[in-house]
Design a protein around this ligand. Structure first.
Ligand code: GN1
Ligand code: MG
Length: 363
């Protein structure tokens, strides 16, 4: 998109300073993100995002959720006497004319937030950082436990495993891109685990498992750190909604404990790091055990397997549908992602007893 057009969009919002440049930022698979640099040294920079409304179809609800979550966290930080709050929670800026936290130009939706200075995202973590991140996610869920508004589901059934399997089965039945034959092996592997993997939904129906406010996209690169490696905040709040706590726990390990990238083509490089599992779990349980139920705790190994499995199902469904959801860099990309997530799942399955034993040592 042209600079001129981007600058016009930025200037719809109630920002401080004069826009100098708008540059691409990050590598999310859904929204497009830009850094907005202002000319004046004493004015903040911003992050502009184009919201993918093919995926997030109710942008007003999405921004209501995000504003409710960020203001609630801000209040909690203020009450706790925290310093540097603008770096510990995202701050959104409204549209100058409508006062809404998004701008719709008749075609596309946009939002803008303060850029957090001197902060980085990471694609890899150490056991020490994982421990800190574990504490941070436990705190994030604890802070949102008493949010006074009911959050909407920005993507209905987003982490519902039964729904994701149905979506895959529908894709197979339609076979739009003619790719079903070549992926039979993965379809069989997925089906053989389907019942076990839908355990969360069953426990929920039986009234045994609660839904809590979760982030639902806790991969490593959705976390900001300061220069010393301390956690500042979680970003990418589009998917914050009520869900099983398995989501945040499992999705973080899916990315953090993988020895390689989620789309690594060389499967020999894909492995599961038990040391990362241990340090993350230790941190998470330290801050979350006050509100977790025994059933939730007992199922953390299940959560660890669930997310590579779910991602396998989602990447494969997108491959079969002809790549309509995730951004891809080459034609086989979604299949490569499926294979890498499946290899990770197999590694996790081998570690089940070790994970269960470790959790017992945390009490
Ligand atoms: C997407 O937007 P991004 O890249 O942070 C996806 C997640 C997937 C992830 C896989 C709304 O997240 O659910 O786990 O890609 N977000 C949505 O990398 O579908
Ligand atoms: Mg992201």
């Amino acid at each position: 998109m042209e600079q001129k057009e981007l600058k016009e969009i930025v200037n719809r919002f109630d920002i401080k300073g004069t826009v100098n440049a708008v540059k691409p930022l990050g590598d999310g698979l859904i929204n497009d993100t830009y850094k907005v640099c202002t000319e004046e040294a004493d004015k903040p920079d911003y992050v502009l995002q184009h919201i993918n409304n093919a995926i997030f179809q109710n942008v007003a609800m999405l921004m209501d959720n995000i504003v409710a979550v960020t203001s609630h966290i801000r209040k909690k930080l203020e009450a706790a006497g925290a310093d540097d709050i603008d770096r510990k929670v995202l701050t959104f800026v409204p549209d100058k004319t409508t006062g809404k936290y998004y701008y719709f130009n008749g075609r596309t939706y946009w939002r803008i937030m303060l850029f957090i200075p001197d902060a980085v995202t990471k694609t890899e973590v150490t056991p020490e950082t994982s421990y800190e991140v574990g504490i941070a996610f436990g705190n994030f869920e604890a802070m949102l436990a008493d949010i006074p508004v009911k959050l909407g589901e920005t993507i209905p059934d987003f982490h519902n495993m039964e729904f994701r399997l149905k979506h895959l089965r529908d894709a197979v039945a339609e076979n739009k891109a003619g790719r079903v034959d070549e992926v039979k092996y993965f379809l069989d592997e997925i089906e053989s685990r389907a019942d076990e993997m839908c355990k969360g939904e069953r426990l929920f129906r039986e009234g045994k498992l609660p839904k809590r406010i979760c982030h639902c996209d806790t991969k490593v690169d959705n976390m900001m750190f300061d220069k010393d490696g301390n956690v500042l905040c979680v970003i990418d709040l589009d998917t914050v909604m009520p869900n099983f706590i398995f989501s945040d726990f499992g999705d973080f390990l899916r990315s953090a404990a993988n020895t390689s990238k989620e789309d690594e083509p060389d499967l020999a490089k894909v492995n599961f790091r038990l040391d990362i599992f241990k340090s993350f779990t230790k941190g998470y349980l330290e801050s979350a055990k006050v509100f977790l139920t025994p059933l939730e705790i007992e199922n953390l190994p299940y959560a660890t397997a669930l997310f590579p499995y779910m991602q396998c199902v989602r990447f494969l469904a997108d491959y079969i549908n002809g790549d309509t959801y995730y951004k891809i860099a080459y034609p086989e990309h979604n299949l490569v992602r499926t294979k890498a997530q499946f290899k990770l799942l197999q590694c996790i399955e081998k570690q089940f007893p070790a994970m269960t034993d470790f959790i017992k040592t945390c009490f």
